[in-house]
Design a protein around this ligand. Structure first.
Ligand code: TYM
Length: 332
């Protein structure tokens, strides 16, 4: 039986953090054995914020290195740069003809960006979800492992696929968010304001490249409160987030003992943070060290990108040929 097709991407806009790891990369690693996986660095998507051209390559190579250092095996998956697959912008163009300006203007992530960068509301920001749909549909993927923040983009990709099929004939499957245990993860920023992100709340975000002491400092500064005042009290979201991080990095016994302390109102957040800091340091250190080593070997990273692009282009060519035929732009 042929394996189900999986696609996912990470923008090369900055340093990868725990949200990227637990929301996405961890699932990539689990999926690489049993699925036909296409994972890519979304370098075109990063251009919406006009990064310095000189920084682009280092950013792409770092994202690549951090994925591999986390456990992604380029021999098992296609690992490539979005801009190395010309079929993606071609499909993007075809999809743009059946997507409406009005529906794109309503997308919450677009509205956020308009607020964040009012002087640079470029068309790429508006059509971001269409390019993302093209990334996924180019391999006719069924499953897309992403964090909670991308769910709406996935819904749009399904709509566009359906619309294409209705207009031109059944061709694209409708891609679904993939989650293990029926759970999409959202890692909050340590200051309790919004999600961890590559460019905001830098001091409250733990990056896979953070040094041990930086990690300790950030965790010790994480937002807490006066503690529970009655047994089994509901946790505020920023405390839930600390427990989630503990669960993801510490032993089950450690987490259970702090949970019990919370339920009994005798938790000491200082102790919990110290424990979390050590577990986090032990978690991040091997990834950081391996990624740094990999980044020194540009020849290897280039080879990986090239081989990944070959695999991705083979699959993309089939989809483009089918899509062109259906749309009617095939003359030979
Ligand atoms: P990006 O680069 O912002 O994030 C990459 C992945 O990390 C997840 N993520 C999080 N998960 C949990 N908690 C957080 N705080 C957190 N922050 C980020 C994201 O959900 C994502 O899975 N538009 C995408 C990139 C993209 C893409 C695609 C993804 C482009 N084309 C096609 C899937 C399929 C993005 O900006 O992700």
């Amino acid at each position: 039986m042929s394996k189900e097709i999986v696609v996912s991407g990470i923008r090369s806009t900055g340093y990868l953090h725990l949200g990227n790891y637990f929301g996405a990369i961890q699932n990539y690693i689990k999926m690489q054995e049993d699925y036909n996986c296409y994972f890519f660095v979304a370098d075109y998507h990063s251009l919406t914020t006009h990064p310095n051209p000189k920084d682009l390559k280092a950013n792409v190579f770092r994202v690549l290195a951090e994925n591999i250092a986390s456990g992604l095996d380029p021999n098992k998956v296609a690992l490539y740069a979005q801009s190395d697959v010309p079929g993606i912008p071609e499909l993007f163009l075809l999809l743009n003809m059946i997507v409406y300006k009005g529906e794109l203007e309503k997308v919450p992530t677009f509205k956020d960006k308009v607020r964040l960068q009012p002087d640079n509301v470029n068309a790429g920001l508006l059509t971001y979800p269409v390019l993302m749909a093209a990334d996924i549909l180019i391999h006719r993927a069924l499953k897309v492992p992403v964090g909670k923040d991308q769910e709406q983009h996935l819904e749009m990709a399904r709509n566009f696929a359906q619309r294409f099929n209705n207009r031109y004939g059944e061709f694209f499957p409708e891609p679904q968010v993939f989650r293990f245990n029926n759970d999409t993860v959202k890692i909050m920023s340590l200051d309790g304001i919004g999600k961890m992100s590559k460019s905001e709340n830098v001091n409250a975000t733990i990056y896979l490249s953070d040094e041990d002491d930086v990690i300790r400092k950030k965790i010790m500064k994480a937002k807490t409160d006066g503690g529970p005042t009655e047994p089994n009290m509901e946790m505020p979201d920023f405390i839930q987030n600390l427990f989630l991080l503990l669960e993801l990095t510490a032993t089950p016994e450690t987490t259970a003992s702090f949970r019990a302390a919370y339920a009994n109102c005798n938790i000491r957040y200082g102790d919990m943070k110290k424990q979390l800091a050590e577990d986090m340091v032990n978690f991040v250190r091997p990834i950081r060290e391996k990624a740094a080593e990999l980044q020194k070997d540009e020849t290897l990273l280039r080879k990986i990108l090239k081989e990944g692009a070959e695999k991705a282009n083979e699959s993309a060519a089939k989809t483009i040929s089918g899509a062109r035929k259906l749309v009617g732009v095939d003359y030979y």
